[in-house]
Design a protein around this ligand. Structure first.
Ligand SMILES: Cc1cc2nc3c(=O)[nH]c(=O)nc-3n(C[C@H](O)[C@H](O)[C@H](O)COP(=O)(O)OP(=O)(O)OC[C@H]3O[C@@H](n4cnc5c(N)ncnc54)[C@H](O)[C@@H]3O)c2cc1C
Length: 377
């Protein structure tokens, strides 16, 4: 029998959530990250659209996104070899029957994001992207939204974890988890590990990990989202296009290395799994895009799907379970787990170590209570 290795923090899951939390936790104690796959980032983290949008999601999510901007724009020296962010404007569009939704987005966000611009039909149609005149009645432009180099951010966290003495173990799926005295004991195929605090950052599997530990679920609902890549117009130039986002989240489209990445913005309930795209979802997405834009979508170059996981109020969860001592949830990031990771990772490390929410988040009114799983009871 292998000896139990003792740590201060066990982190379950090496996606963006687990990696970002582990990076900051390693400043405070001995950390091991346990990942079931043979590569970190195989699930949702490796399948995102890589966007940073300060207008996206609930007010809490937007606050977390903004709180992380300074880290992404100016990471610590040695964190990444190239900038983590690059410009990628977002153009929300709407038909005549969607103008109120455009106004709402603009009114809710412009006090916090003053660069936001409400566009009339002519101004929206004047953007460098082929929108249909008989479809678009207005828009909102987010000029300072960005694209995140997701792989560089994720690897930066994992490299920093190692530099701080932490460990990442792959093919280390946690198959048993129990509280013995003051410690959580985790069993994996590569050994047994113990720590007083376990961070449940298992993405779509967070409720499944809780079940292993006999901890009550938080009602996490993984939902499948599909993405596909196709060629833009033959005359090129797509890299200068804004991301086009339907104001009611029926589709989006963005430049991707000379081609176009699109999604029907689907949210199909799913069990936690290795998600695969359905042809019907791709067809729906292509149809919606061709209704709004003068584009021909003929050949799909690549396609995938990933899971976005939500709790009841669609806000992220980062806090200790109310009943199970030392069991910390980092879950429910939905469609914003990359852009919110810098703030959520730092908050997780602080709160898990018994410290207050860090200043960048606290300054935006973010409290531990807002993120606590206790709010879901
Ligand atoms: C198509 C699509 C587009 C998206 N676009 C964006 C975007 O533009 N911007 C944005 O911010 N977000 C976006 N997202 C959301 C973002 O990808 C997720 O919120 C984020 O990746 C979640 O990270 P995570 O670490 O929680 O989950 P994951 O990356 O899924 O990581 C969880 C990890 O836990 C591991 N695990 C599970 N169970 C166990 C166990 N028992 N033992 C050990 N390990 C275990 C899994 O193997 C997995 O590696 C998008 C998602 C999708 C699908």
């Amino acid at each position: 029998m292998r000896a139990m290795e003792r740590y201060d923090f066990l982190v379950i899951g090496a996606g963006m959530a687990g990696a970002s939390a582990a990076y900051w936790l390693a400043e405070r104690g001995r950390v091991v990250v346990l990942e079931q796959e043979d590569a970190a980032g195989y699930h949702s983290t490796g399948r995102s659209a890589a966007m940073y949008m300060e207008t996206y999601g609930s007010p809490l999510t937007r606050g977390l996104t903004t709180a992380g901007r300074a880290f992404l724009a100016d990471p610590p020296s040695g964190f990444a070899e190239a900038p983590l962010l690059s410009p990628q404007q977002v153009l929300y569009i709407g038909r005549a029957d969607q103008l109120e939704a455009l106004d709402r987005l603009y009114d809710e966000n412009s006090p916090r994001v003053p660069s936001l611009a409400r566009l009339d039909a002519a101004e929206a149609l004047g953007q460098p992207v082929p929108l249909r005149e008989d479809y678009v009645a207005g828009g909102v432009l987010e000029p300072e939204s960005l694209e995140i180099d997701v792989a560089a951010l994720h690897q930066g966290y994992l490299r920093g974890l190692r530099a701080r003495g932490g460990r990442l173990l792959t093919e280390a799926g946690v198959c048993a988890l129990a509280r013995n005295g003051d410690l959580w004991h985790a069993e994996t195929p590569v050994g047994a590990f113990a720590a007083p605090v376990v961070i449940n950052a298992a993405g779509a599997w967070c409720d499944a990990v809780a079940a292993l530990a006999g901890v009550a679920p938080i009602g996490l609902e993984p939902k499948r989202r599909t993405a596909f890549i196709f060629d833009g117009p033959a005359d090129g130039g797509v890299d200068r296009w804004p991301m086009v986002h339907d104001i009611d989240d029926a589709f989006y489209l963005k430049p991707d290395a000379g081609r176009l990445l699109a999604s029907p913005a689907d949210e199909t309930p799913s069990d936690p799994c290795d998600a695969y795209p359905e042809e019907l979802d791709i067809a729906v997405g292509a149809d919606r895009i061709m209704q709004a834009m003068t584009l021909e979508i003929r050949h799909i170059r690549n396609k995938w799907a990933g899971l976005r996981s939500f709790v009841r109020d669609r806000q992220p969860v980062a806090g200790f379970d109310v009943a199970a001592e030392g069991f910390f949830w980092l879950a429910g990031q939905g469609g914003a787990g990359i852009m919110t990771a810098p703030a959520l990772g730092a908050i997780t490390a602080a709160v898990a170590a018994g410290d207050p929410v860090p200043e960048e988040a606290a300054a935006r009114g973010i409290t531990a209570a807002q993120l606590s799983p206790g709010r879901l009871l």
